[in-house]
Design a protein around this ligand. Structure first.
Ligand code: NAI
Length: 339
């Protein structure tokens, strides 16, 4: 967990123990959009992660300040800020993991798809640079609409001849984080022990929490499950409305993004049985991309896990999300190939 990472980072920096890199491999992480609402707290959390040896913070503006600030923290990683497109290559070179929270967030009344026109172009140009400067990096896509930006990234990489479906991830961890929090609150159990897979995509009804598989088991009525499902699907909108025009989830997203990147790094480092939900190329359903549990390893995706048994309610929801999710995927593919 992040907390344990922080503790061990602090322990490693204690004056009585000199830090040895023998056991922990060098890993470079780049954050693209690092001066933004998500980017800044995400930069902080990645700086606290002892698995990171180099942290590259890239944005079109503001990164020298963020890097100077975060760089003073006495943890393992070396921090560098990169600003403007001519420094993007340097930021990316040698990266093991690239996290992308670049782009505009929602305002009240907007859907994630309303962000498409601006964010699709940003993601396309960033992925073109990734293909050139760090084609082997694991890409963690946060920029919305994830249901479309991941297919855009795949098409860009295919055109560049660098696509490997094992290395491209849509970050849906915040949906899992929310499902766990809401479930634990309603069931009155210790949230640290709760597990809930969330499958499908990352927008509205395409977000499908599988509360029938949640542990520890709770005795919920159908109405309770419906309400929990709806709250998970609308969790982002809850934050957008509470922020009243000042953006969308940033702090909880930074936490979720840091958790997912940590899982990717653990996988790369050979830690066994690292499983997280993510929106990836998939054959679990007939859709080309789908979020489900994924086992992470030295090459990125080690295995895309099956959905497992679904309740009738979940089966119904699964069928009704497919057309919207497919449309978003096709929209991304079309954009990448037309412009
Ligand atoms: P923000 O506006 O606070 O920050 C975005 C940053 O991206 C800014 O610093 C901006 O300068 C930078 N940027 C813009 N164009 C860029 C480019 N070409 N290269 C590099 N950086 C560029 O927005 P915030 O709140 O950080 O959200 C970022 C994205 O994350 C949005 O698309 C939002 O919808 C998405 N998001 C995704 C979630 C998920 O669960 N996957 C949850 C919450 C937000």
């Amino acid at each position: 967990s992040i907390f344990r990472s922080v503790q061990s980072a602090v322990a490693r920096n204690s004056p009585r123990r000199s830090y040895s890199t023998d056991s922990v491999p060098e890993r470079k992480v780049a954050v693209l959009g690092a001066a933004g609402g998500i980017g800044q707290p995400l930069a902080l959390l990645m700086k606290l992660n002892p698995l990171v040896s180099k942290l590259a913070l890239y944005d079109i503006a503001g990164t020298p300040g963020v890097a100077a600030d975060v760089g003073h923290i006495n943890t393992r990683s070396e921090v560098a800020g990169y600003m403007g497109e001519d420094q993007l290559g340097k930021a990316l070179e040698g990266s093991d993991v690239v996290i992308i929270p670049a782009g505009v967030p929602r305002k009240p009344g907007m859907t994630r798809d309303d962000l498409f026109n601006i964010n699709a172009g940003i993601v396309k140009s960033l992925c073109t640079a990734i293909a050139k400067y760090c084609p082997n990096a694991l890409v963690n896509m946060i920029s919305n609409p994830v249901n479309s930006t991941v297919p855009i990234a795949a098409e860009v990489f295919k055109k560049a001849g660098t696509y490997n479906e094992k290395r491209l991830f849509g970050v849906t961890t915040l949906d899992v984080v929310r499902a766990k929090t809401f479930y634990a609150g309603k069931a009155n159990v210790n949230v640290a022990e709760v597990n809930v897979p969330v499958v499908g995509g990352h927008a509205g009804i395409t977000i499908l929490p599988l509360f029938s598989q949640a542990t520890p088991k709770a005795n919920f009525s159908d109405e309770d499950i419906k309400a929990l499902t709806k709250r998970t699907q609308d969790g982002g909108t809850e934050v957008v409305e509470a922020k009243a025009g000042k953006g969308s989830a940033t702090l909880s997203m930074a936490y979720a993004g840091a958790m997912f990147a940590d899982a990717c790094l653990k996988g790369l480092n050979g830690v066994p049985d690292v499983v997280e939900c993510s929106f990836v190329q998939s054959t679990v359903t007939e859709l080309p991309f789908f979020a489900s549990k994924v086992r992470l390893g030295k090459n990125g995706v080690e295995e895309v896990l099956e959905l497992g048994p679904l309740s009738d309610y979940e089966k119904e929801n699964l069928e009704s999300l497919k057309s919207e999710l497919l449309a978003s995927i096709e929209k991304g593919i079309k954009f990448a190939n037309q412009s």
